[in-house]
Design a binder for this molecule. Sequence first.
Ligand code: SF4
Length: 69
Amino acid sequence: MEQNFGHCSQINLNEVLSNPDFKKLWNIKKDDISVCKDCERRYMCQDCRAYRKNPDDLYSKPAKCTYFP
Ligand code: SF4
């Protein structure tokens, strides 16, 4: 992932969980992701926000997908 929230031996887990940046990816659905939102496989396909086709776009399709609906 692009962000580091600290080492578990040095930071309290509650501090990490209360950081809004830690949760910013939690509610992204396949219906929100470009290309995937029009794909018939979107409800059975896993997703990884760590590797995106466009790293600058949080809603970009997964980098390793080669399928084009
Ligand atoms: S197959 Fe590819 S385009 Fe379709 S939902 Fe999965 S990642 Fe998205």
